[in-house]
Design a protein around this ligand. Structure first.
Ligand SMILES: [Zn+2]
Length: 347
């Protein structure tokens, strides 16, 4: 590797630069997906911070990795930034295709991104099957070649970053992949029977047939659970979150760093999301409440991310606030999400 490790001031400058880069990206995502800005304009942000994702930068940070977890996180960030830059045109083409493609089923034309929600909303099983078939044909024909190409580009970049395989690179980022695989196998083994029994019962209750017969498109329909809509009204979502947090001693309305965006806007995405623009000082929780169990789950999930970032200590280093193992923030998100399907013991 040709690079010298960075000095301490250089590391601090890298941290500060990465902090602004991520803040600007999060703000841009927020503005676009909240319906406040038409174009998602990432190019200018990437250009402004191009030095963060240069190969030499990643290599130099790699040379600095010692026992310090923070430095390793900075190296990880630089490597992913470099690989992301190499495949950005693929990602842009994929996004454009997904937005443009349309499928025709039973004489009806449906935008590609609406096919999955349409399957979930479709009570007729035959039509679900036809929608699913077309979805995967289009994916194989138009999207998968680009995914494969991006994967090849990424694989070719791995040796430049100092590892012989993608897996070895991620193990050096600190992921115990073998250990994780063993945990996953043990979890699957111990829950296999429970899963089969529960899925079979849920499918029979919701759709009238069991697991043996069910296909992928049936599971999407089952998860949609229209029979529960009445219990998950759109107008109760925000009050339910406010009341639930209040029971835990969190007063949502007095959290000055949490910005709840519930306004209706035509271009706003219907899906809830969280944008931690400044951690912990400016965290956006965005929702256009529609209702239904799945919408509640997504909203509480994003509220979990919001409370995690809003309660993160200001004194931590950038990599501790913004980077690191996403299991931490996903853990909080899942905790709040699962409140929506918990049953209350009756006494
Ligand atoms: Zn999440």
């Amino acid at each position: 590797m040709p690079s010298d490790p960075p000095t301490t001031p250089e590391l601090d400058a890298y941290r500060a630069g990465a902090d602004r880069f991520i803040a600007e990206l999060d703000e841009e995502y927020y503005l676009h997906f909240a319906g406040l800005k038409d174009r998602l304009d990432l190019e200018a942000i990437y250009e402004r911070h191009a030095d963060l994702t240069e190969l030499e930068r990643a290599q130099s940070l790699g040379a600095a990795v010692n026992g310090d977890r923070g430095t390793r996180e900075l190296w990880h960030f630089a490597c992913e930034g470099y690989m992301g830059k190499l495949t950005r045109s693929h990602a842009e083409k994929l996004a454009a295709l997904e937005a443009e493609l349309e499928v025709t089923v039973d004489g009806e034309t449906i935008p590609f991104r609406m096919v999955r929600p349409t399957i979930a909303n479709e009570p007729d099983r035959g039509r679900r099957q036809r929608l699913d078939g077309v979805l995967w044909e289009m994916t194989e024909e138009h999207l998968n070649p680009l995914y494969r190409e991006a994967l090849d580009v990424t694989r070719r970049a791995v040796p430049e970053l100092g590892a012989s395989t993608y897996r070895e690179l991620y193990e050096r980022f600190g992921f115990d992949l073998q250990g994780l695989a063993a945990q996953c196998r043990a979890f699957l083994d111990s829950t296999e029977e429970l899963y089969e029994r529960s899925m079979d019962r849920a499918l029979r209750e919701g759709l009238g047939f069991g697991l043996d017969e069910a296909e992928r498109y049936d599971v999407q329909r089952m998860i949609r659970s229209p029979q529960w809509d009445v219990g998950f009204p759109g107008e109760k979502m925000v009050p339910a979150l406010r009341a639930t947090l209040s029971d835990l001693g969190i007063d949502l309305d007095s959290q000055e760093n949490v910005h709840l965006d519930i306004d209706q806007r035509p271009q706003k995405t219907p899906r809830a999301f969280c944008a931690p623009i400044e951690v912990p000082d400016k965290v956006m929780l965005v929702i256009q409440p529609i209702g239904g169990a799945d919408d509640w789950r997504a909203f509480f999930h994003e509220a979990g991310h919001t409370e995690h970032y809003a309660n993160t200590s200001r004194d931590l280093r950038m990599e501790e606030k913004r980077l690191g193992d996403s299991a931490v923030t996903e853990g909080w998100a899942m905790l709040l999400q699962h409140w929506t399907d918990g049953t209350r013991p009756r006494g």
